[in-house]
Each structure stands twice: as structure tokens, then as C-alpha cells.
Design a binder for this molecule. Structure first.
Ligand SMILES: CC(C)(COP(=O)(O)OP(=O)(O)OC[C@H]1O[C@@H](n2cnc3c(N)ncnc32)[C@H](O)[C@@H]1OP(=O)(O)O)[C@@H](O)C(=O)NCCC(=O)NCCS
Length: 194
């Protein structure tokens, strides 16, 4: 957990295997540019792969201010570089919309999201003061759906034909997964009791 974060300052979190730290828009664009050519990484976001320049990719990303918009880079402890990042966008009503990209596919299937997202959710509820966290995986993005379910999110509905799927070249549905502060605290209590 972080005790030192003040709105606007860099977020630094630690999990057993990873160091998490805020990235600026430029840093995020620079480090993740190589992943933009990978369809498996880009298509779940409804984005084409291989059509990006450094400049267009940079412009596609939001500005992250560490107040309401966060991009938190994920680095394995012990030296390896950035393998992905978690983003969160917090509304004025204290609702955080989250997403994740693990661009280094060597790290898929290794529980990175379970571990790092838990720390990000702690941060959003405890430090930022959010009341709710939510995300919208595509209905066929099974790893993402399983990750939400495993962390205790509730499937609250379907956004029909909400986005474009470059893989099938059709519109696709997305699920809404939401998690409330009390539900997360209860989950943490249960984890601590095991
Ligand atoms: C989504 C993403 C971050 C998931 O990475 P990951 O957590 O390493 O994924 P995993 O392979 O460990 O899968 C997560 C869980 O889903 C399960 N799963 C994966 N594919 C599955 C399938 N086809 N059917 C059933 N379960 C499946 C895994 O078994 C795992 O559960 P477990 O930990 O109980 O074994 C990664 O695929 C990624 O970066 N994709 C591109 C961007 C993206 O999709 N972001 C999310 C946008 S909402």
C-alpha cells in the first residue's frame, strides 16, 4: 500500500512480485508502443494493430494527472522492464473505470492481473476514496471476465453492440462488471482469514 500519495503526486505500490508506479502519458506511450503491433493485445480494446505511429499512439492515450486519471506501470521486481499497465479514470462521483494491458505476453497466464489489480483497487478505495470500481470487458474476453469474477466483481449487465471488434470486423457486446467498496473490504477480510 501507499501512505505517501497526495493527489497529483506519483502513485507507488508494491505487491509480492511487482513494483507499480505512475507513468506519464509520454512514458506510457513510449513503453507500450511495441505492443501496438500485436492484435491479441490491441483487439480487446477495439483497436487495430500495426497501424500506429509513435505519434498517433501517444495522442490516443489520455493525459494522466494522478488525481482523477491514473496509468500505473507494472514492473517485475528484480530488474525486468515494464510488462504492462493498469489505468483508472475516476469520476467526480467517486466511481473509477479501470482497464489493464499486459503487453508482454510472456507474462500472460501468470496471475499478474489478480495481484496488481488488487493493489490498485486497495489504492482506489482507501486513498482516492472511491465508492465503486467498474470495467467493461468484451463478452468473449474470457481471461478478463475471469479476472473480474475472481476479484469479486458482479456482472451488472450487458452493453449491447457497444464497440467494434477488429478481429471479427463486427460490433460486439461488452459486460459491465462492478465492485462496491464494502464488497471489496469483505473480500479482503475473507482473504486475511484464510
Ligand atoms: C486480459 C489480460 C490482461 C489477462 O491476462 P492474465 O491475467 O495473464 O490472463 P490469464 O491467462 O491468467 O487468464 C485469467 C484467468 O482466466 C482464465 N481463462 C483464460 N482463458 C480462458 C478461457 N478461454 N476459458 C476459461 N477461462 C479462461 C484463466 O485460466 C485464468 O484463471 P485462473 O487464474 O483461475 O487460471 C491479457 O490477456 C491482456 O493484456 N489482454 C489484452 C488487453 C485486454 O484484454 N485488456 C482487458 C480489457 S477489458
Amino acid at each position: 500500500m501507499t501512505d505517501r500519495w497526495k493527489p497529483g503526486s506519483a502513485v507507488r505500490l508494491e505487491t509480492p512480485r511487482f513494483q507499480l508506479a505512475s507513468l506519464s502519458r509520454l512514458q506510457a506511450a513510449w513503453h507500450s508502443y511495441a505492443w501496438t503491433s500485436d492484435p491479441l493485445v490491441m483487439h480487446p480494446y477495439g483497436l487495430e494493430a500495426g497501424s500506429w505511429t509513435r505519434r498517433s499512439w501517444h495522442r490516443r492515450l489520455r493525459r494522466f494527472n494522478n488525481r482523477r486519471r491514473f496509468c500505473i506501470g507494472i514492473r517485475p521486481k528484480g530488474g525486468a522492464g515494464l510488462i504492462g499497465y493498469e489505468t483508472a479514470e475516476v469520476s467526480s462521483q467517486g466511481v473509477a473505470f479501470i482497464a489493464v494491458m499486459i503487453g508482454d505476453r510472456d507474462w500472460w497466464g501468470k496471475g499478474v492481473v489478480q495481484e496488481t489489480r488488487s493493489a490498485v483497487i486497495d489504492f482506489l478505495f482507501e486513498n482516492v476514496g472511491c465508492a465503486r470500481v467498474w470495467g467493461t470487458p468484451g463478452i468473449r474476453n474470457f481471461p478478463s471476465i475471469f479476472n473480474y469474477q475472481k476479484l469479486g466483481f458482479t456482472c451488472e449487465g450487458t452493453l449491447r453492440q457497444h464497440g467494434w471488434d477488429p478481429a471479427t470486423r463486427r460490433r460486439q457486446d461488452y459486460f459491465i462488471f462492478g465492485l462496491l467498496r464494502d464488497e471489496w473490504l469483505e473480500k479482503r477480510k475473507q482473504q486475511a482469514a484464510i
